[in-house]
Design a protein around this ligand. Sequence first.
Ligand SMILES: *[C@@H]1O[C@H](CO)[C@@H](O)[C@H](O)[C@H]1NC(C)=O
Ligand SMILES: *[C@@H]1O[C@H](CO)[C@@H](O)[C@H](O)[C@H]1NC(C)=O
Length: 150
Amino acid sequence: MKFFAALSVVASIASLAAAQGVAILSPPAQSTFAPGDKFVVDIDRHDSLTPSKELSVAIGLLNCAQQQPDSSATCDGIDLTQGLGSVLYAGPYTPQVRPGGDDLFQNFTVQVPEGFPAGPALLSVTHFALVGAVSWPMLQILNETVNISQ
Ligand SMILES: *[C@@H]1O[C@H](CO)[C@@H](O)[C@H](O)[C@H]1NC(C)=O
Ligand SMILES: *[C@@H]1O[C@H](CO)[C@@H](O)[C@H](O)[C@H]1NC(C)=O
């Protein structure tokens, strides 16, 4: 019985995460930016019926080659829980209804730091919210690969 109860908790947490999670709508993966460039990170959330309290997001940019033992220019196998790299934004997430849409969103204008190394980099969004009547603490780390030019 305990086993089945645990399973159903896992299942409902997974469905909460799916319903309350965010997505990176912009920039598209494989976008190219130069050091000093500004760009918009559009963080989207479904407007769900489950009560949830949005707390915060952190947007990170991590050069991939520096994380690889052989300095290879790939972002495979990097563990973002060990570090997000340069923090481009960290603070409140207060999404608003998207004009003409059903979702909630917030745009963050961020900047590639001067001197950021060229090559593939992981753009990450870490999202923290309290979900449902039990205030389940949800921490979500999303990523996509972008290219930093010289
Ligand atoms: C990046 O996100 C994908 C899913 O979109 C996941 O499979 C991958 O493990 C993540 N990479 C890192 C470095 O967290
Ligand atoms: C938010 O960013 C997206 C993607 O860049 C853009 O299409 C949209 O117009 C922006 N919305 C606002 C209100 O600035």
